[in-house]
Design a binder for this molecule. Sequence first.
Ligand code: AQP
Length: 332
Amino acid sequence: TPRIFSGIKPTGHLTLGNYLGAVRQWVETDQHRADALFCVVDLHALTVDHDPARVRRLSRQAATLLLAAGLRPELCTLFVQSHVDEHTRLAYLMECTATDGEMRRMIQYKEKAARERATGGSVRLSLLTYPVLMAADILAYRADEVPVGDDQAQHVELTRDLAERFNQRYGHTFTIPRAVLPAAAARVMDLQDPTAKMGKSHAETSGIVYLLDEPDSVRRKIMRAVTDSGSKVAHDRDEQPGVTNLLEILGACTSRKPVELAEQYSSYGALKKDTAEAVLEVLRPVRERHAELCADPGYVDGVLRAGAQRARGLARPTVDAAYRAIGLLPPA
Ligand code: AQP
C-alpha cells in the first residue's frame, strides 16, 4: 500500500472548499486505500501574523472536524504537526539542502510577501522557508503520494528536487513523493469573487461557506452569490465564473456532472436554491457529528495522542538516518 501524507493549516475555520477539494477524498478514498497520515499543520499557521489563542483553538477544531467528516483513527493517522519534533528537526537539514534562490522563486511566497508588504506589514522569515518545512513534513514519512490542490503543486515539486539532491549527495534516504491532484471539484471559488479560491484565511467572509455555518447563513451566502451578467446558465469558467462555480459545487454535492446540470436550469434563482439545499445536505451530518465530538473532548485528545505517537515512530528512523547521512555525529 502506498503511504500518503496531507495537511491542513489552522489559519481559519474549515470551508466548503477544504471539504470538497480535499477532506472528502481523504475520507472516502485515501484512508481506505493507503497508509494515510493527515496532519493539522499548525507550524505553518505561524508564517503570517497570527493570534496564539486562535491558532490553538482552530487546531483543535480542525482535528475535531476531520473526525466529524469521517476520518477513522483505526484506518488512518491523524495528528498535530507540532506534537512530532521530527518535522522541525528535518526542516533544518532541508534548509541545508535547498538554496535561497529556490525559495524566492516560489509563487506562493512571492504573492504572500507582496501582499504583506503592500499593507505595510513585515514578512516573517518562516514565510520564505515554509516550503522547506513542508518538504520535511512529507519526506519524514517517506510518503509516496501527497494529495494537494494545484496551488501546492509547486511545493511538492520542490520537495522532489530536495529529496533527489539529498539522496544523490548523501546516499539513498528519502522516497521521492508525487503530488496527486483531486479529480472532481478541484477548486471551489469564493462566492463573492468567483475568480479567487474560497480560502479559509480570507478576511472578507461573505463569499465563504464554513463547515460550521448555521444553515440560514449557508442559504444566505449562496443565494447572494455573485452571478454573471446575462441570464443563461452555462458551464463556462471564463465567461460565467459565478454560475460555473455554483454548478461545480452542486455537481460535487450531488455526484452529477456540472455540464449536464447546466442544461437543467433556466434561472439563477433555482440553481442557487438547489445548490444551497445540496450543500446543507452534505454539511448536516458533519455538523451533527462535530457537536457530538465537542461533548467528548477526551476522545479527540486520545486520537491526537495516539496519532502523534504513531507518526513519531514512523518519522524517527528516517530523520535519524538523514542526520547520520548528512554527516552529524550520532549521540553515544
Ligand atoms: N477553495 C478550495 N477548493 C478546493 N480545495 C481547497 N483547499 C483549500 N481551499 C480549497 C484544499 O484544502 C486542503 C487544505 O488547505 P490549506 O489549509 O492548505 O489551505 P486553505 O484552506 O486555502 O487555507 P489558507 O490559509 O486560506 O491558504 P492560503 O493562505 O494558502 O490561501 C488543501 O489540499 C487545499 O488544496
